[in-house]
Write a protein that binds this ligand. Sequence first.
Ligand SMILES: [Zn+2]
Length: 288
Amino acid sequence: MMTLSEALNDARRRHVAIGHFNVADLVALKAVTEAARGLKLPVLIGASEGERGFLGVREIAAVVASLRETLDHPIFLNADHTHSLEGAIAAAEAGFDMIGFDASTNPLETNVKLTKQAVEAVKSINRSIVVEGELGNIGSGSEIHDKVPESSRFLTKAEEAKQFVEATGIDVLAPAVGNMHGLLKSMISGDVKKRLDIGRIRDVAGAAGIPLTLHGGSGTDDGDFQKAILAGMTIVHINTEIRLAWRRGLEASLAENPDEVVPYKIYNKPLDEMRKVVSSRLRLFNGV
Ligand SMILES: [Zn+2]
């Protein structure tokens, strides 16, 4: 079985991206796993602090480890947007493959200090865990927003990216390049798309010299995704699109079967809707 580091190096070399999908329950986990297996592609499962709080840090790690072994498929687990050192250590000890450490709302100097501390603590638990650091601001909350959050307008500079990578020892960098968490109401219909600063991605990737992660990918223009991946994005995060598919699938399922009480029967439709979203994103990210 390949490690996450190997999967990242392979994706980077081939100019494709590993899809990262957040899950808050076993139905979403099943949807992501089945889509990735169906396409024979490695995949990253994301669990943010909120999602870990709901699922249990050790519990989600145990389920993903079990799936990887039983299915013999490269399914990796990331502790998405971990804001504290304690949270990073808890996820590392639970067996997560990756820690997405996020101190990006702090001034640069503090971000460097906290991220370096997290890298050292995580690597002392297990050297093979991949640590991501965040630089710049991409807003917070994979939700539906009325307008673009002010904070999402500070983009990452290439020179700062280089210094940040050198000073912290991170393996992967998440920059702000026009991406944003969540979706605007106007994006739900699909008429308005997020656009990325491709030139900046190329510059940051060159300066950083390590794989980059694109956060807040939901609702991004398909062509921009492809260009961003060619320019150096090796991991792409999708969350809100899956949450939307879950909600729509669940509502349709309940409306179509008002008397149904068997959970796994009710879940068939949301499962299907989420699987479709994950499959189409994985296809796009990998050109298959
Ligand atoms: Zn994110």
